[in-house]
Design a protein around this ligand. Sequence first.
Ligand code: SAM
Ligand code: SF4
Length: 469
Amino acid sequence: MAGTFDISLDSLARRSVAPETVGTAGSSAGSSQNGATFFLETFGCQMNDHDSEKVAGVLLSRGYKQVESPDTASLILYNTCSIREKAAQKVFSRLGEYRTKQAAGQVIGVLGCVAQQEGEDIFERAPWVSLVCGSASYRKLPELLAQVEAGNQRVTGLDTDTDETFETPVTRRDNPWRAYLTIIEGCDKACAYCVVPFTRGPERSRASDSVLKEVRELAELGYSEVQLLGQTVNSYADPSSRRMRFSELLLAVADVPGMRRVRFTTSHPRDFGEDIVAALEREPKLCNHVHLPVQSGSTRVLREMVRTYTREEYVEKIAMLRQAKRPIAITTDIIVGFPGETEADFAETLSLLEEVRYDSLFSFKYSPRPNTPSLAMPDAISEEEKSRRLGILQEKQREIQSERNATLVNTKFDVLVSGKSRRENQWSGHTSCHRVVNFTSQERNLLGTYVRVQVIGAGANSLVGEQVT
Ligand code: SAM
Ligand code: SF4
């Protein structure tokens, strides 16, 4: 069940927010606490990005000021990712760069999935680290920080059995137009390759009233796009007496005055029902894009992965989306080289790409992870073979994307403008279907606005356009 964050709004009101921050939800004021400063670097997924926004909010409300360089920070924090081995290694090599910082009086903390996975071992590998805190314990962060501030050299927050979500009264958001909002934490699935259930703990959904309250606050602050987050966002189960279904929550969020776009990620195929498609059909503010990770096109591999669906069942979900009354872009995640993946299994993944013709995909080489069942599976695929398969997969997808994007030339899209090029009159932004569009416009102040753009060219990864009235 969602709980409130354990520092009072009163105490927040006496503390400061750095003047350079944008989109801070919640109230806070006051002066910086003894000139304490923090540097926060984030590795990994959007959920980590958003967790960092919340962590930054907590620190700002404790009087810390955010700085751009670890050299000038009194507190250096790494919010880490351990989904693949490379990501985890990166954290330790980064920590290695800071071995002299503790002696210089700086405090170093490791947050997120590597913290949860490695726990107190981090103190052995990097004794200059003073704080190790997994995402399920962020709610305790103020207490943990108080211990660090009191000079405690080894502070940990590593519980995963919490039934609470990390709800903060103050979130320091990085993007002034699109806000992330986590509606479900953790994961109750048990995919054989994945560390998430170990690092983020069991599923906990946030009460619908609390979600909607924050969406209303975001709209008041000027946000027009919200992205609802969860490892399996569509497994959302409202813990309040309203018992809102995920599809009902989507519609309620879209109904908040001021919100123009609502996104959600990541959906698990097993829990993706017709009611979600019906909501997308009914409400144009719900973006016409669904990220539906398949992982493999082979039912045999899917079974080994414990994905809980067959290729045929997955393809039925795709058919449901394709039959919707408005076109819906579909993207996915694929892992190549899962233990025992044969050439024939891989060929089935390629044929799935042909069958579905995804608008985009994220592809990964299988990476063995600690504690996961697939670690003990026989017939590991060599790194060289994984790279070969990844290359073939990406090339095929590139062709598909180029062809799909080429069909969009001469069509028009509403684009939320989020970037301005150094080149004169050049802007960029996203369509509702989550395509990047680079376009020309003679207008001056377009950032954060929605403009109508006609597509005049297309590449595999983006569209080129010009503003039309
Ligand atoms: N919950 C989402 C789902 O069920 O699809 C995905 C969350 S995970 C953070 C993002 C992606 O990382 C997964 O979809 C999968 O493709 C990839 N991934 C997870 N574990 C992996 C591993 N051990 N090796 C390679 N890729 C992995
Ligand atoms: Fe990992 Fe599977 Fe949960 Fe996604 S659904 S987070 S891949 S265990």
